[in-house]
Design a protein around this ligand. Structure first.
Ligand code: FMN
Length: 223
């Protein structure tokens, strides 16, 4: 494990479907030695329990590796460190991001610490990556996403691709988690990068050989 340099990343987990993405992102951040400020909304905890069986902090720790660089904050405490722009931060990810949290950030209402920390990321012009999940999307959802994109956020729907021919749910989860880490600028070994067929050794365009864990990842072809 190589400790990533720099200020902590804030990770918000909210109550949209997609808790496995959150678990994977946190584990990857821990694997890379990234300092994490973790905030889980009330419904974030509920979805962790419903979708992954993780029923509290101890279970989340067990599922996500080394917590020596994780600070967990009470989502109801809007006075905690992530609420202040004076606290150094490398940016924030909300994964998954509910439509409720998305709307609150778009409106700047800061009803809890997840939303306040996101508001801070925007005002401080720091990276803010939102991983929403809902279908279908209403005009309200779409307009909120446009508003947030205009304000500087990256809206990255939890929509894994299939061109790398996933064989398992883990492959699909890795796809989304890898894109999140890419946008944070964190080197990682999650998932596989797309490379087109030439010289891949498999003769199969869909598979590629970009198994990042094997050190064969390409760069230019990631989508
Ligand atoms: C089982 C379950 C699944 C849900 N799935 C979604 C979802 O995919 N997207 C969404 O925006 N909200 C979803 N919700 C609703 C949110 O959890 C709800 O709006 C909540 O108030 C969000 O609060 P938070 O953003 O503070 O976590 C779901 C709720 C439950 C109980």
């Amino acid at each position: 494990m190589t400790a990533q340099r720099g200020a902590p990343v804030t990770l918000g987990i909210t109550g949209a479907s997609g808790a496995p993405y959150a678990v994977r992102v946190l584990r990857a951040l821990n694997d890379t030695g990234t300092a994490v400020r973790l905030i889980v909304s009330t419904y974030g905890w509920r979805l962790l329990a419903e979708e992954t069986g993780i029923d509290g902090v101890a279970a989340l720790q067990t599922a996500t590796g080394d917590w020596s660089r994780v600070d967990l904050y009470d989502a109801l405490d809007r006075g905690a460190t992530p609420a202040s722009g004076s606290a150094p931060s490398a940016g924030m990810v909300i994964c998954p991001c509910s439509m409720g949290t998305l709307a609150s950030i778009a409106a700047g209402t800061s009803r809890n610490l997840v939303e306040r920390a996101a508001d801070v990321a925007l005002k401080e012009r720091r990276p803010l990556i939102l991983v929403p999940r809902e279908t279908p999307l209403s005009l309200v959802h779409l307009e909120n996403m446009v508003r947030l994109t205009r304000a500087g956020a990256v809206v990255m729907p939890a929509a894994p691709g299939f061109y790398h021919r996933p064989k398992s749910i883990d492959d699909l989860v890795d796809f989304v988690a890898a894109r999140v880490l890419d946008h944070l600028g964190i080197e990682h070994s999650v998932g596989r990068r797309w490379k087109s067929g030439e010289g891949q050794g498999t003769g199969d365009r869909g598979q590629g050989t970009g198994d990042r864990g094997q050190g064969t990842a390409g760069n230019g072809g990631a989508r």
